[in-house]
Design a protein around this ligand. Structure first.
Ligand code: SF4
Length: 179
């Protein structure tokens, strides 16, 4: 049986930029895959979540599918990580929160410049949008927050190695300095 740490990741209302930043750890990826095994993740395209040691969530919570996915991660992951600005604060997707959902839908599908065949999509396959976009800690308990848009590769590396080694998470100033 593998003694590697099991890691699951997903993107809710995010742009996958945070996931791309994981790839920026470059050759350290070879070191990482000696330590971790990926469960559900865009990296292996597994769509269901099994028990995992660490769940890493990119993106805010914008629709009913996001809520379901997030709750499944919380139920199956020992440690849950809010990964990147959109998960931590709602980020870019939460910019719509200053308008009503009705106004957002009408601007996007009816009144916006260049809209053809104006109608608001209502296919039952499409997850229902929430009235507001939420940071993930407003929906489930979060164990660690890793801010940044995206968090830098070095910040991710520090976080993952310290977490895997069971050390207190501590960053040098340069890794949590954003301007
Ligand atoms: Fe994309 Fe930035 Fe949001 Fe990450 S925090 S999902 S990079 S917009």
């Amino acid at each position: 049986m593998s003694d590697k740490i099991k890691v699951a990741t997903t993107s809710l209302a995010g742009c996958f930029g945070c996931h791309m930043s994981i790839l920026d750890i470059d050759e350290r990826l070879l070191e990482l895959i000696k330590l971790v095994e990926f469960e559900r993740s865009p990296i292996n395209d597994i769509k269901t979540i099994e028990k995992a040691d660490v769940g890493i969530i990119e993106g805010g919570v914008a629709n009913t599918d996001n809520v379901e996915t997030l709750k499944a991660f919380r139920a199956n992951c020992t440690t849950l990580v809010s990964f990147g600005a959109c998960a931590v604060t709602g980020g870019i997707p939460a910019m719509r929160n200053q308008f009503s959902l009705k106004d957002c839908l009408e601007e996007s599908y009816i009144d916006g410049v260049g809209v053809e065949n104006p109608h608001i999509p209502d296919d039952p396959e499409i997850p229902l949008l929430l009235n507001k976009v939420h940071p993930i800690h407003e929906v489930v308990k979060v164990d660690h927050f890793l801010p940044g848009c995206p968090p830098s590769a070095d910040t991710i590396w520090t976080f993952l190695t310290e977490l895997i080694e069971g050390k207190p998470i501590s960053f040098p100033y340069t890794q949590i300095h954003y301007d």
